[in-house]
Design a protein around this ligand. Structure first.
Ligand SMILES: Cc1ncc(C[n+]2csc(CCOP(=O)(O)OP(=O)(O)O)c2C)c(N)n1
Ligand code: SF4
Ligand SMILES: [Mg+2]
Length: 299
């Protein structure tokens, strides 16, 4: 049987999440088999299911292949400098409390150069959802070793294998104080979408790590095949255990990947603590910031 592919297919058939994307920017920059597009697709589905008013949702990315995510979502979006997505999101969420703020960026961006911002945002329980796409390397700049590269994995700067101990990100987020911590792979699209939807509705610092393939660098340098081979690996090696101790979530080269919602324990956000504190100290003199942000006083 011959399947006829009509040249105008893309123009005539609307993708289910195209209303959430800036279709004029498609085709995107990501390589075939890259996991980043899957994460963006899941996030668009989660937005749809959440029923949030899209005029009140903002997305912030740093620099990197993952950092291109903000540019494709049809939301108020900000493509900030490398490592500075969380500080930018901090200003946004404190200045415009009515917004739901999501950060989508890479491992190098968020826990390499931006690592300090990450731990302090979790400690302060700033009100943002952080989706970290972990491909175990600095993708955009050529596959250098990063803060999550597994021991023994080959990278362009460690061709004989990595000897630096990587971060266990769910453990880092949980021990820094994040009230919602989850990890999935890009194979787990339904669970990832559900987790994103759940996290969108929570408050405080919500962290979702998504393990995703970079076929042209991490997989090639380690002779691990194509993106589709990685789906088989995730299928065989992901172990889903909601409520597991994040301290057990280390990832060894080609080892098992512990997935699930590790933490779901709300606590007061930075704003709630700040307002309670100033109400107590200043009493009636305290004027809280209006939900839409802006000036505190008339003058
Ligand atoms: C201050 C600064 N330092 C370094 C760079 C170069 N740089 C751009 S993207 C990147 C790494 C991105 O890695 P990651 O966040 O893991 O994203 P990926 O490309 O893997 O998705 C680096 C080092 C930069 N743009 N700015
Ligand atoms: S270099 Fe890697 S991370 Fe970047 S788009 Fe290509 S496959 Fe994805
Ligand atoms: Mg990366």
């Amino acid at each position: 049987m011959t399947i006829e592919i009509r040249p105008d297919y893309a123009e005539t058939v609307e993708h289910p999440v195209s209303p959430y994307l800036r279709m004029e920017r498609i085709p995107h920059v990501w390589c075939p088999g890259c996991g980043i597009g899957t994460v963006v697709r899941c996030y668009a589905s989660a937005l749809e299911k959440s029923g949030l008013d899209l005029d009140k949702v903002a997305v912030v990315s740093g620099i990197g292949c993952s950092g291109r995510a903000a540019g494709y979502l049809k939301l108020d979006g900000f493509h900030t400098t490398h490592g500075r997505a969380i500080p930018f999101a901090t200003g946004l969420e404190l200045g415009r409390p009515e917004l739901t703020v999501t950060v989508i960026s890479g491992d190098g961006d968020l826990v390499g150069i931006g690592g300090n911002h990450f731990i302090h945002a979790a400690r302060r329980n700033l009100d943002m959802l952080v989706i970290l796409i972990n491909n175990f390397i600095y993708g955009m700049t050529g596959g250098q070793n990063g803060p999550t590269t597994p021991l023994d994995a080959k990278t362009s700067t460690m061709p004989f294998g990595n000897f630096e101990i990587p971060f266990n990100l769910p453990h880092l987020a949980a021990s820094s104080g994040a009230p919602y911590v989850a990890r999935w792979t890009s194979l787990h699209t339904r669970r990832l979408t559900w987790s994103m939807e759940e996290a969108l509705k929570r408050t405080g610092f919500r962290f979702i790590e998504v393990i995703a393939p970079c076929p042209v660098l991490y997989l090639r340098l380690n002779k691990l095949g194509e993106g589709i081979d990685r789906m088989g690996y995730y299928h065989d090696n992901a172990e889903i255990r909601n409520g597991a101790d994040p301290g057990e979530a280390d990832i060894d080269f080609q080892g098992k990947i512990l997935c699930g919602v590790f933490v779901d324990k709300p606590r007061p956000t930075y704003r709630e603590l700040m307002e309670a504190h100033y109400r107590e100290v200043l009493g009636d003199e305290y004027i809280p910031m209006p939900p839409e942000g802006g000036m505190l006083h008339d003058e």
